[in-house]
Design a protein around this ligand. Structure first.
Ligand SMILES: *Cc1c(COP(=O)(O)O)cnc(C)c1O
Length: 463
């Protein structure tokens, strides 16, 4: 038995999991099909071929339970994986809680978050199929910098549409992308029809992830030599992130412990899914009673306030329709500092797990998440990304609940990234300048009227 006093468990490279885990064949019920935006019929691989390489389209729909991680991807992963799992002893002491708090730290990747786990995999498959250019969007810049780095590794030119508010709030993420050789635009731009149509209506828009997606998808759809890449939401993205949870399972075993609750912040759902999905497998197959908790901002509460319905992935309505928790594709969230959580939808896979009662969700105000972030930094040292601080807030609340109930509770959360590029946001918090936003319920009802109408019964797959 490994000494529980160890705060960090580093596994040898040879212990890095060799396969990603695909939960699709093990879901309690199948995912609703992805629909073509024009015909509203299930999409075929050929429909998606202008946007993605065939290998990723196959993974998107795969029924294979384990998908081997190709060697060139493993070699890049090995630069920082396995990522460490820490026990938050100092934080536990500060909270005076009987709970044991563990966190998986994804900030050790070169760009400082979990996102390279899929960026590297995606660009590997693009390179295999001869792709030379890839367009994408980015919110806070975490995804753009991940894809830019992977592009440099695999010799692929990267064009990034960066949400305008983040482009100005996080100039150093932009510099970072440029350092890796990527081209970066503040979205909406005048370079695309989607961007021009938004600017005509609202020239001062802060932009949104949904708008930036429209721009990047348009560039890929209109240019034969350009593919598109998404950093969250899609099944293949969540698949690549399962390396996080597979490692965490092994590391928890080394610690001779097992989580009662596993927590992640949820923007599009990928870092949370990556950590929880292997634990969901254990719950579904081995009877573990683990709870799963998604932490999201009150300003963009897709799981706690959104509806479970077919909607577009982008703002303009060019992407296929997916069934997910959504606030409406034309929803433009306020410019909160957790830029990576400003997305109107939620991964279909995570949405289904929420509908099935497997994943719970809670929403938090930004002042309360920065309070948690600062407490965490003062006891554990790591300065978290504002996105990750949502998971910290939820973990702290769980630990305090355990204390109030006088019970042991084992808490595991994903510290999805560091906040070294987010210090301006911390400054705003210290200056007392952060506003707490609530998204009004009426606005969701209103957005619903503009969502695409889909006759699910006619698809023969509705639920
Ligand atoms: C992008 C990002 C998120 C949110 O995206 P998910 O797909 O929900 O994981 C969370 N944390 C960090 C550090 C990010 O960069």
């Amino acid at each position: 038995m490994v000494d529980k006093l160890h705060t960090k468990y580093v596994l040898a490279e040879t212990d890095m999991p060799r396969a990603w885990y695909n939960i699709l064949p093990d879901l309690p019920r199948p995912l609703s099909p992805v629909l073509h935006p024009g015909t509203k019929k299930p999409v075929t691989p050929d429909d998606l071929a202008p946007l993605f390489p065939m290998a990723l389209i196959a993974q998107e729909m795969s029924q294979e339970r384990y998908i081997e991680i190709p060697d060139p991807v493993r070699r890049v992963y090995a630069q920082w994986r396995p990522s460490p799992l820490y026990r938050a002893r100092q934080l536990e002491k500060a909270l005076d809680t009987p709970a044991r708090i563990y966190y998986k730290y994804e900030g050790v990747s070169p760009v400082g978050s979990h996102k390279p786990n899929t960026a590297v995999a995606q660009l590997f498959y693009n390179q295999q199929e001869g792709v030379k250019r890839v367009a994408t969007e980015t919110g806070a810049g975490q995804w753009g910098s991940s894809l830019a780095m992977a592009g440099a590794f695999f010799g692929i030119a990267i064009e990034v549409f960066m949400v305008k508010v983040s482009y100005h709030q996080k100039p150093f993420r932009r510099s970072m992308m440029q350092a890796y050789g990527a081209t970066v635009h503040a979205s909406p731009t005048n370079l695309t029809e989607a961007g021009r149509s938004i600017l005509a209506k609202d020239p001062d828009t802060p932009g949104s992830l949904g708008i930036a997606i429209s721009e990047a998808v348009e560039v890929a759809a209109k240019n034969n030599d350009v593919k598109y890449s998404l950093g969250s939401v899609l099944n293949h993205v969540l698949l690549h992130q399962t390396i996080v949870g597979e490692e965490a399972l092994l590391q928890m075993a080394q610690a001779d412990d097992y989580p009662d609750v596993v927590i992640g912040c949820a923007g599009g759902g990928s870092n949370m899914a990556g950590l929880i999905i292997p634990f969901v497998r254990e719950r579904l197959s081995n009877g573990h009673r683990t709870r799963f908790l998604a932490a999201e901002p009150t300003a963009c509460p897709s799981m706690t306030r959104g509806v479970y319905a077919y909607d577009f992935g982008d703002t303009v309505g060019m992407t296929p329709l997916v069934k997910m928790h959504t606030l409406g594709h034309d929803f433009v969230p306020p410019g909160i500092h957790a830029g990576g959580l400003r997305y109107h939808g939620m991964a279909p896979l995570m949405s289904l797990l929420h509908e099935e009662g497997i994943v719970e969700a809670k929403a938090y105000h930004q002042n309360s998440i920065f309070e948690a972030a600062v407490l965490f930094a003062r006891h554990e040292g790591h300065i978290p990304a504002p996105e990750s601080a949502h998971a910290i807030r939820a973990a702290i609340d769980e630990a305090l609940e355990a204390k109030a109930a006088g019970e042991e509770r084992v808490i595991l959360f994903n510290l999805s990234g560091h906040g070294h590029f987010d210090m301006l946001s911390y400054d705003r918090y210290f200056e007392g300048d952060l506003e707490d936003y609530d998204y009004p319920v009426e606005a969701v009802a209103d957005a619903q009227t503009r969502m695409p109408q889909v006759d699910e019964a006619a698809l023969g797959v509705g639920d």
